[in-house]
Design a protein around this ligand. Structure first.
Ligand code: VGL
Ligand code: ZN
Length: 247
């Protein structure tokens, strides 16, 4: 298929330049260690795949960006790596720390708050691959792939920057190079990487929408709180059917 049939070479009728950001639609969150079905929300992460595919096939986005949670095996976010990092724990060195607890590490990066997740999305594993049914248009200048969480010592929920706001990925630069003005964010998961990516897009001055029914949650309560916060900040919370009316 000619890639231009899926990713519009032109602009929409207005002067908007629209990008879809497909966040972390990877096996780790669908069938792997951090599958949403095993998390408190008990959601089927695969449900977003046909909705995102339909958007890509029917909406003339100028740019589509796919993001990947892409951790080295010694990543700070893995519960399994806690013992090797115990000396960096700021408080309560001896308390029992469980999976999904939040800890504060003093180093190597100072004052890093970290939820301890099951090992997930290890670089170059099948777990880290995009879901097999997710539609990815053939390679072109307007199809972008962004890997995040690659530094072993700092996590990255947003696809734009690490959680300490120190190092940016190339996503902002690549969107700007393509004159993107409007960003639509979907994928996994609202309470972490989708929400973090939408907030950064907004703060980087893109008009930003989060497509709720094209996104999954790890926990309903935290997703609800995130949605309310994002909406208050000025991010549009929309459904997939609304997208066509906005571009
Ligand atoms: C994510 C937890 C840990 C996400 C990534 O993609 O939402 N959540 N790493
Ligand atoms: Zn992760």
């Amino acid at each position: 298929m000619n890639s231009n049939s899926a990713v519009s070479a032109g602009r929409s009728s207005s002067n908007h330049v629209n990008a879809l950001i497909v966040v972390d639609v990877q096996n780790c969150f669908i069938t792997g260690n951090l599958a949403l079905s095993k998390a408190p929300a008990g959601q089927d992460g695969a449900k977003v795949v046909p909705i995102i595919n339909d958007l890509i096939r029917t909406v003339p986005f100028h740019v589509i960006a796919y993001t990947y949670d892409w951790h080295p095996r010694n990543h700070i976010s893995f519960f399994d790596n806690l013992n090797s990092r115990r000396k960096y724990l700021k408080f309560n060195q001896n308390r029992t720390i469980n999976m999904y607890d939040e800890v504060i590490y003093t180093g190597p990066k100072v004052g890093t708050k970290q939820i301890l997740w099951p090992s997930h999305c290890v670089q170059d594993t099948e777990e880290a691959a995009l879901h097999k049914d997710l539609y990815v248009p053939s390679a072109s200048n307007n199809v972008i792939h962004i890997r995040k969480g690659t530094d072993p010592d700092i996590d990255s929920y947003s696809a734009f920057a690490d959680n300490n706001r120190v190092k940016k990925t190339d996503l902002d630069k690549k969107l700007r190079e393509r004159n993107v003005t409007h960003v639509f964010v979907a994928g996994l998961a609202i309470d972490y990487c989708v929400g973090g990516t939408a907030l950064d897009a907004f703060e980087l001055n893109y008009t930003t929408y989060l497509i709720e029914d094209a996104s999954g949650s790890i926990a309903f309560e935290s997703a609800k709180r995130k949605i309310e916060y994002l909406q208050k900040r000025g991010i549009g919370i929309i459904q997939a059917n609304d997208v066509k009316t906005l571009i």
